[in-house]
Design a binder for this molecule. Sequence first.
Ligand code: DGY
Length: 326
Amino acid sequence: MKPKVLVTREVFDDTLDYLAQHCEVEANQSDAPLDAQTLALRLKDKQGVLCFITDRIDEALLARCPQLKVAANVAVGVNNIDLAACTAHGVMATNTPDVLTDTTADLAFALLLAAARRITESEAYIRNGEWRGWFLKQMLGVDVHHATLGIVGFGRIGRTIARRAHGFDMRILYHDLMRQPPDVERALNATYATKDELLAQSDFVILQMPYMPATHHLIGAADLKKMKRTAILINSTRGGIVDDAALVEALKSGTIRAAGLDTFEGEPALNPEFLKLKNVVLTPHIGSSSEVTRAAMAMTAARNAVAALTGGTPPNLVNPDVTARN
Ligand code: DGY
């Protein structure tokens, strides 16, 4: 008998075709959100789930899914999954690294450029019929080229952003828990800095670390005050890493110049004050959203699920200490 898998949100047809070769698939192609109760009911007789950052895979759910062997997240971030609970219940948890690195780095850089050169503000100005003609001081922005970029979180995506910055002749600072080996620093032309040094010296600060208790409000009011008044903050990693209320105040008071945000605390219910500010560029958590990348993420998750359900070790297991259920 084929193992049973639930796909909790809409995916691409080829993902379903691949899964169907190995599993009995129940798919939510209408994309109607499944609340915790519905998710638990539909997972009761399933061995696998392809889940998303909008699904909470926690102790309460796992306790109600005695047959579940694998939770294959269609995301690199796994902050929606309680990994300790998965391990305790013998459930393998997997993610989708690598396939989204470049696309996500592109979006961070797009936000940086848009905030620096006031792209979305300029577009709104035209669309609102406010443009009366050219003048010298129109929509003055800041230069990206030759500016200092500080990257907080220097994993795969952070390092890929650094490569983007080379094309703009930027000086690159980075901060992370672990310092990179000298050959990596040399190759990326990146200099290690403490968090405070990075905040004080950077014209642009990009955040690129996972969300977890230790990174909750990593950037708060006190940190924003350490930044240059001309600096621009980019958060396209996870809501909750920035204290959004403090950021609103910093943007209003001129503590920093601008921000580019793809992720928000409590999204999609973002702080309404952001909508009133011209000096913030807003996108709806689309960091990995190119056609190719989202398809690759879904297929990677499907491969992880199938590996787990056919007795193998999924390539992207994130709780390697798990003793998988038989
Ligand atoms: C991820 O992969 O973590 C993204 O945020 C989902 O788009």
